[in-house]
Design a protein around this ligand. Structure first.
Ligand code: FCB
Length: 466
């Protein structure tokens, strides 16, 4: 299932030449997945510490307690980024490092870590792209209902203000939330992510409170940040295709699209939820209060797109629930990654074009894209990962096509810089372009890292000469 896809390899020079000067080339990580040091310098517990400690939730009972030890090794990791030629790095702030109880007392030692990280990045000429929430909710807030509770949205806005005050003089690119679809649906709806609830109505309510958190935080951040700062969110989005031309397939494509993409994009950009979505889920609308949707739809400077695969839907005879549309899997003759995600680069191109045509997005960044493969290190200087090279080349080519066809794409971030804690999959899925030997914490460049470095070197050489 994981044979090498046939991509027409242009020389990296040709590929690099298709991106404009000023384009951001980065890599992304998130706090719980790489930092480790979960009990250090006053960090409080998060829902992912609790979830990982619950037997049966994460493969082999693993957790992010050590992860890639980035908390201690961030200088080495920034040096690695500089070697790769990155001009941007997307990372997230651990809310429980900053506010161990979720609200109230600010832990300066936690903020100091991000302060040092930001300074190290800037010294290396790398722009920090900060995500405020990448799933590690302080446990204390979950005890009050987590994202099911409206109060968590207000706590988030206070937290956002604390971080913006501390880092806002140096950080110009901000994302409020990472993939709230996953926080809500995977976390509260089907329970495969923290906090592990299986209550679909709770997912709908949580989604609204996540969006509200974003909407409440925006004006608080804008009041502090300089005018040139850009604020957006990172959404997990997927292009949905029909497997045939039947009317029921078209109907189910629309349903799957509403559930997978429009659930969050419509409120953010149109100030309303997709018509009929909650009924199509067989659920009630969330508790929307007056003014919520206006806050949620406040203008954004960019949209972050996280994309890995596509969805191929085959219509069911009877209309399915919106989260239970029939998908074709496996797709005959398709290639898959180690996550069993289909490799379909055109999906990213089509998605970027659709989003930029259907919503008033000012700028787009691909804030996550990459692939897991079962890499093996033989103790040498490089890890051989030709399938990841092929994957990245084909998806970056798709980005170039989207740009050429008019998508306002301003940056691309590979997921991920380092192998890391892949949530419920633990450490067995490796997404890094840099291999991490967890026993020694040694970093080893994979061939994909060398390939990405060559692409960026060629890009920078061109930018310098033009
Ligand atoms: C995304 C998450 C990220 C990582 C990748 C593989 O959904 O945002 O943390 O796990 O998937």
């Amino acid at each position: 299932m994981t044979s090498i896809p046939t991509v027409s390899f242009q020389a990296v020079e040709d590929l690099a030449a298709r991106f404009p000067t000023g384009f951001f080339w980065g890599a992304a990580t998130s706090s719980y997945q790489v930092e480790g040091a979960v009990a250090e310098d006053g960090r409080g517990p998060s829902i992912w510490d609790d979830f990982s400690a619950t037997p049966g939730r994460v493969v082999d009972g693993q957790s992010g307690a050590q992860a890639a030890d980035h908390y201690h090794r961030y200088r080495e990791d920034v040096a690695l980024m500089a070697r790769l030629g990155l001009n941007a790095y997307r990372f997230s702030i651990a809310w429980p490092r900053v506010l161990p109880e979720g609200r109230g007392l600010v832990n300066q030692a936690g903020l100091d870590f991000y302060d040092r990280l930001v300074d190290a990045l800037l010294e290396a000429g790398i722009q920090p792209f900060v995500t405020l929430y990448h799933w590690d909710l302080p446990s204390a807030l979950e005890h009050e209902g987590g994202w099911r509770a409206r109060s968590t949205a207000y706590a988030f806005a206070d937290y956002a203000e604390v971080v913006a005050r501390r880092l806002g003089d140096r950080v110009l690119h901000w994302m409020t939330l990472n993939e709230p679809w996953c926080s809500a649906y995977l976390g509260y709806g089907i329970g495969v992510h923290a906090p592990g609830l299986r209550d679909r109505q709770a997912a709908v309510d949580a989604a609204h409170h996540l969006l509200l958190a974003h909407g409440l935080a925006l004006p608080r951040m804008r009041a502090i940040l300089p005018a040139q700062a850009q604020i957006g969110t990172a959404q997990v989005l997927v292009k949905v295709y029909g497997a045939d031309e039947r009317p029921e397939t078209q109907r189910d494509v629309a349903l799957a699209h509403a559930f997978s993409n429009r659930w969050f994009l419509d409120p953010l950009y149109r100030g309303c939820y997709p018509e009929g979505l909650f009924a199509a889920l067989g659920l009630n609308p969330p508790p929307i209060e007056e003014g919520d949707l206006e806050l949620i739809a406040a203008p954004l400077d960019f949209l972050g797109v996280n994309n890995y695969s596509r969805m191929l839907v085959r219509g069911s005879p009877e209309p399915p629930l919106a989260d239970q549309c029939r998908t074709v899997s496996p797709v005959p003759n398709a290639c898959y990654t180690d996550m069993a995600w289909e490799i379909f680069p055109q999906g990213l191109r089509d998605l970027l074009l659709d989003v930029s045509r259907e919503y008033p997005v000012q700028r787009l960044y691909v804030t996550e894209n990459g692939a897991a493969f079962p890499d093996e290190w033989d103790g040498g200087e490089t890890v051989h990962d030709p399938r990841r090279v092929a994957y990245l080349a084909s998806y970056i080519n798709a980005c170039a096509e989207a740009l050429e066809q008019g998508a306002p794409l301003c940056g691309y971030f590979v997921w991920s810089l380092l192998d890391n804690f892949e949530w419920a999959e633990g450490y067995r899925k490796r997404f890094g372009i840099v291999y991490v030997d967890y026993a020694s914490q040694r970093r080893v460049m994979k061939e994909s890292a060398h390939w990405y470095a060559a692409l960026l070197q060629s890009f920078h050489a061109r930018s310098r000469c033009c």
